[in-house]
Write a protein that binds this ligand. Structure first.
Ligand SMILES: C[S@@+](CC[C@H](N)C(=O)[O-])C[C@H]1O[C@@H](n2cnc3c(N)ncnc32)[C@H](O)[C@@H]1O
Length: 206
């Protein structure tokens, strides 16, 4: 298991941009550019232009209309992810402003990962603001067992994230094969994370 780049700090937007691009390139390299990407928080397409356009196919989703020619759902990604077949996609990008964990749970419950199969997952987590008020988002409670009202969580954002990733991997019957991470140094407490998950069980290819 390798956790390259854990703890790399990014100071400002260009650095955060570079870190986000680098994490996505690592995930794409690990999973393979012959696979498909579902970009749940597709936005203006910065990550598409920098990385995901190299993938075999791409589908984005954003609640705001984006008119740049990408194949996009214009809707709440939670509704879309509960409705469409997720099996064609091997990389999921959850570049949220706050918490990506609801989408991660929907993914876990709707995208079976076969034994030996690798799935790429990219997360932007900025739930530190909630932890500062001792609020634990419900999806974090589901993945970690932590309850709202726990005091001092804001100083333990990384431990909460580790627990959430472990809970997610368990829910998906996967192991965490690779992890890359960078963090924003500003008050927003952003964490940029790339994961390669692998389905547990005997790989039918071996
Ligand atoms: C940080 S930006 C994403 C930037 C994007 N990854 C890029 O490369 O340009 C977050 C985006 O998520 C969208 N968004 C927020 N909540 C959403 C939801 N529940 N469903 C769909 N889109 C959502 C916002 O409209 C915003 O464009």
């Amino acid at each position: 298991m390798s956790f390259k780049g854990l703890g790399v700090k990014t100071d400002n937007n260009p650095q955060a941009f570079r870190a986000k691009v680098s994490i996505r390139k690592s995930v794409l390299d690990a999973i393979g550019a012959d696979k498909g990407v579902f970009d749940a928080f597709a936005g203006s397409g910065e990550m598409y232009s920098a990385v995901w356009k190299a993938a075999a196919f791409y589908t984005g989703c954003d609640q705001k209309p984006q008119r740049d020619g990408r194949l996009l759902f214009c809707a709440d990604n939670r509704r879309v992810m509960r409705a469409i077949d997720l099996a064609p996609f091997s990389i999921f990008d959850f570049d949220s402003y706050g918490s990506p964990w609801v989408q991660a749970i929907i993914l876990a419950d709707r995208r079976r990962v076969a034994a030996g199969e690798q799935l790429g997952l990219v997360l932007t987590e900025g739930a530190g603001f909630a932890y500062k008020s001792n609020i634990v988002p419900e999806a974090i409670t589901i993945l970690t067992g932590l309850r709202t009202g726990i005091v001092g969580l804001s100083k333990k954002q990384d431990a909460v994230i580790d627990k959430a990733i472990a809970g997610l991997a368990r829910r998906m019957s996967c192991t965490v094969e690779k992890r890359w991470q960078a963090e924003g140094r500003t008050g927003a407490s952003m964490r940029y994370i790339g994961l390669v998950l692998k389905g547990k069980g005997l790989d039918p290819q071996t």
